[in-house]
Structure formats: C-alpha cells, structure tokens
Design a protein around this ligand. Structure first.
Ligand code: ATP
Ligand code: MG
Length: 274
C-alpha cells in the first residue's frame, strides 16, 4: 500500500487508499520532517494498518522537498504538487478533464486534460489570508467562531453593490453584484458583518479568478479542493455562492485531502512524478 503525504503551508495530510476506502489524518506542525513523520505515525496508529503492509511514501507539498529518500524505512517518491493537485481533484470526481483549484494556505489553479497537467495560475489570496485578516480585523483565530459570527452578518453594511452605485443593473451585471468588496464599509458595521464580508471577499475573488482561468483553459468543470472548501460549503449554505458557470463548481467528497490522495495516485500510476 502507498501512503500519500501532503506537507502544506498550514497542515500536513497523510492518506492510505485501501480498496476504495480512504484512511486519512491531518496534523499541524511547523517542521516538515516532523510533520511527515508525525502524520505517518498517527495514520498507522489510528487505522490499524501495520507498517510492514506499507510499501512506499508519495510525498508532495511545499515541505516535501526537505524529506530524504526514506521515511521510517519506506522509500519516498516526490510528486510535483501541481500534478498531485490535478490528479487528486480529477480522480475524486471521476473525470479526465477539469480545472482543479486547490484552496489551501494560498490558491493554485491547475488545468487537467488527458494529455497534460498544467499549472495555469493562482493567487496569494487564500486560507492564510482568511486566518491573517480574521486575526487582524476581529481578533478571531478559530474558523468555527468566524463562521458563527458570519451567520449573523449583513453584507450591505460593508460591500458596495452595482445597485448602490447605479440604482439597478449595469448591462448584464445584476444589481446585487459586488462592485467593491469592503467598498461601503460603514462605521456601524459589526464584527459579524466584517466576518461575513471577509469570507465573501475570498470566495468571490477565487471564484471569479477560477471562472476566468476555466474559460482561458477551455474547461467546463471546476473542481474545488483543499481545506478552504469548508468556507465555500459555508457560503453555499448561506446561499451566497451563486456564480453561474458551465458544469459549475464541484466540491467532491474528500476534497480536504485531495492533494495527498493525488500524490498517492500519481505514484501508483507513475504519472506526474518529479
Ligand atoms: N481544521 C483546519 N485546520 C487548519 N486550517 C483549516 C482548517 N479548516 C479550514 N482551514 C483553512 O484551510 C487553510 C489550509 O488549507 P490546506 O490545509 O488545504 O492548505 P495547505 O495544503 O496547508 O496549504 P498550501 O496547499 O497552500 O501549501 C487554512 O489557511 C485555513 O484557512
Ligand atoms: Mg495544499
């Protein structure tokens, strides 16, 4: 069995694909070698699979470059992170063609076709931005606190809409479209309003960028992966995610661990190895 490990900017995930079922653990650790060893140890401990049934570690993510050739005696194969993102996202939705957007600490956009996997863009606006600005603006570190605040928030005290500046639609832009995130910031905006506006800004920017990238790469389906998908799910629940595009945005099961799954699948198929 192959273990996939993704040593990311915020978290390290380890997965084992076992006859269709997925065993997974996530840890937060600063040192990448400690993170990989810790995640592997915890995975073996929690899923009860003995070390001698494991044959290989497939490692990806920014921290994977410092790993040596072996981890706990297992050979380590390095997988290019963009390939792991592309293979992980498309395999989780059972497609051979899609735009895969990794919503992690930062945001990476990868276009997958049967012929090739290409890194087509990204942005430094992502989960790290959400955490940093939530601390700075609100003194809040926990995402669940941020979500409960946002549930009570009102965007109309923070975001400037097309209706606010034009009184109605502008051409094909509906009146409710955001003209400027935080552009109507009012003195009486509450912390709850700011929490919602912050999440909304990140979701809107990443969505708009993903749609532009999908059009440019001639893709119909956009697959969202990474732990910031939690915020997209939250905004869907709040009926705030209403972008219309081709096949639309797909958030598959196991989206949070898609890159680690992609690393394991890349090593299994020898596709996209460094
Ligand atoms: N339980 C969680 N623990 C940590 N971060 C979480 C959690 N749930 C959601 N997040 C958000 O997800 C972001 C991290 O996502 P993820 O773990 O997918 O990224 P990463 O792989 O560490 O980073 P990158 O891929 O950019 O190197 C955090 O910045 C945070 O905003
Ligand atoms: Mg990642």
């Amino acid at each position: 069995m192959i273990v996939g490990i993704d040593i990311g900017g915020s978290t390290t995930d380890a997965v084992i694909l076992d006859n269709g079922s997925v065993h997974v653990v996530t840890i937060e650790a600063n040192d990448p070698v400690a993170a990989a060893a810790g995640a592997l140890g915890k995975l073996i401990e929690t899923c009860g699979i003995p070390l001698d049934r494991l044959t290989q570690v497939a490692a990806t993510g920014a921290g994977s470059r410092v790993l040596g050739e072996r981890l706990f005696g297992l050979p380590v194969t390095k997988v290019n992170e963009f390939n792991a993102i592309g293979i992980g996202g498309t395999s989780l939705v059972g497609k051979d063609k899609a735009l895969v957007v990794s919503l992690g600490t930062g945001t990476a956009i990868v276009s997958v076709t049967p012929e090739r996997i290409s890194h087509v863009g990204g942005t430094g606006l992502g989960g790290g931005t959400l955490r940093g600005l939530a601390r700075h603006l609100l003194g809040v570190s926990s995402l669940s606190t941020l979500e409960s605040m946002a549930e009570r928030g009102d965007l109309s005290r923070v975001d400037l809409t097309v209706r606010d500046i034009a009184g109605g639609a502008i051409g094909d832009l509906p009146p409710g479209t955001t003209a400027a995130n935080f552009g109507k910031f009012a003195a009486d905006a509450s912390s709850d309003d700011k929490a919602l506006a912050l999440m909304n800004m990140i979701v809107e920017v990443v969505s708009v960028l993903s749609i532009a990238a999908a059009r440019a790469a001639n893709q119909q389906d956009i697959v969202l992966t990474g732990k910031l998908t939690r915020i997209f799910r939250f905004m869907q629940k709040m009926k705030r995610l209403n972008f219309v595009f081709g096949g639309g945005f797909i958030i598959p099961d196991h989206a949070d661990y898609a890159t680690a799954i992609g690393a394991a699948r890349a090593a299994l198929s020898s596709r996209g190895l460094d």
